[in-house]
Design a protein around this ligand. Structure first.
Ligand SMILES: Cc1cc2nc3c(=O)[nH]c(=O)nc-3n(C[C@H](O)[C@H](O)[C@H](O)COP(=O)(O)OP(=O)(O)OC[C@H]3O[C@@H](n4cnc5c(N)ncnc54)[C@H](O)[C@@H]3O)c2cc1C
Length: 386
């Protein structure tokens, strides 16, 4: 791991080794395909198979269910390390670990855990479907309906922006059993790909994280057994809030990783690019610019690490998670943008890697709660409910 000159972040030896291994894996295995996957907007299937084989898709799943049995913090280290190389690869393992298997572990009944966790650890990609065309930030305004009928539920509606949908075999889908109940009608369901009435629709052509699939889901009289309810009927809002509170730490890690990756490239380029008879790294303006960015990167990762450690320790972490996501997305955008400047005109082209970091960074202030939603959470915690 090329960490020469990077500040020393406190990590246990096993954590440091795991982080180095994740970064080396990403650099060696994902690195060569990053540009092609970004251009084509498709994630290589072979890489996904390797993610499973190396355990990156089941980090938090206990060994008894075929996973690695690691901490949430380990997932965060892997997400950050992957994002240093490719933000699309990073969000695939992020959704799998921090949302899908995390929700199953917390809310799943034993039969559901036994049925799905071993699959999620070995060969099945998961997706998490809350957003709809009319409900994004106002997630509990969702319109997808689940009607109880003859011991089953019949779902109708449309989900939008669903990460991993193209590859996923298992979907956590939020629907309401009764709109009049408001958020208390919202229920989480486990739906397998191939279920009649369930289909994956249009794939978005995006600005960034282009290799990560983002698709609509269509539910047309999709009949699933009552045993597919994740948690209890009517407590889907809790499943969503609690999982997303944790998921936000993963996005903080993704953004910290993007920032770190962009900085790596900028430092390398500054050492090599000659102007006025010396490397641009010899100009104090560039030195100070890089020093400021390195400080931002360190602050971003420390906020993320702290939020993840609080979560693992069973301590309150909601404010810290919102702060980490908000701050890390601003840092990722700033660092990637200034990395483009360090590269000069070359940075503005697709022949060099930094413009992709800038495009990838933009999503951090949008998904899993926009930056305004994070600020709202932080303000509520500081001021009390208003
Ligand atoms: C690439 C990508 C991947 C995604 N993956 C998933 C996924 O896997 N699963 C999933 O369920 N969803 C996913 N999403 C959806 C994502 O979470 C939503 O896009 C996001 O929550 C914002 O919702 P919206 O797009 O409807 O924007 P809106 O909610 O319409 O927001 C538009 C603007 O209004 C602002 N705004 C809204 N309400 C307020 C308010 N009360 N106060 C101040 N400002 C406000 C917002 O901050 C934003 O700036 C993904 C989206 C993208 C783009």
């Amino acid at each position: 791991m090329n960490d020469a000159g990077a500040p020393l972040t406190f990590l246990r030896e096993d954590e440091r080794m795991f982080q180095s291994a994740a970064y080396e894996f990403a650099a060696k295995e994902i690195g060569p395909y990053v540009r092609e996957m970004d251009r084509e907007g498709i994630f290589k299937k072979d890489l996904l198979a390797q993610f499973f084989k190396q355990g990156y898709m089941g980090i938090g799943i206990p060994e008894a269910y075929g996973g690695v049995g690691g901490s949430f913090f380990m997932s965060v280290l892997a997400i950050e390390s992957f994002a240093r190389v490719d933000a699309s690869a990073s969000v695939i393992i992020d959704v799998q670990n921090t949302l899908v298997s995390n929700a199953l572990l917390r809310w799943g009944k034993e039969e559901q855990k036994r049925a799905y966790l071993p699959l999620l650890a070995t060969d099945t990609v998961g997706a998490y479907a809350l957003s709809e065309p009319q409900s994004g930030s106002d997630a509990f305004g969702l319109e997808t309906r689940a009607r109880a009928e003859g011991g089953d539920y019949v779902l109708n509606g449309r989900k939008l922006w669903i990460t991993n949908a193209n590859e996923a075999g298992l979907f956590i889908v939020f629907a309401t059993v009764n709109r009049e109940l408001g958020y208390r009608g919202i229920t989480a369901f486990l739906i397998e790909r191939g279920t009649p009435g369930f289909s994956v629709g249009k794939k978005e052509d995006k600005l960034g994280i282009r290799a990560s699939s983002t698709c609509e889901l269509l539910l047309e009289d999709c009949r699933i057994p009552q045993a597919s309810v994740l948690g209890e009927v009517g407590n889907g809002y809790k499943v969503a809030i609690e999982t997303l509170n944790e998921g936000r730490i993963g996005i903080g890690a993704q953004m910290a990783g993007i920032a770190r990756g962009a900085l790596d490239h900028a430092v390398r380029y500054a050492r090599e690019r000659p102007q006025f008879g010396k490397a641009i790294a010899d100009f104090q303006a560039i030195q100070f610019q890089l020093a400021r960015l390195a400080t931002d990167v360190e602050a971003a990762r420390l906020m993320t690490y702290n939020a993840a450690r609080l979560k693992d320790a069973g301590q309150p972490f909601v404010q810290e998670a919102a702060m980490a996501k908000y701050f890390c997305s601003t840092v990722a955008e700033r660092v990637a943008s200034e990395a483009v400047e360090v590269f000069g005109g070359y940075g503005f082209t697709k022949d060099y890697p930094v413009e992709k970091y800038l495009r990838d960074a933009k999503i951090g202030s949008i998904y899993e709660g926009t930056s305004f939603m994070q600020l709202q959470t932080i303000a509520r915690m500081i001021l009390g409910n208003r």
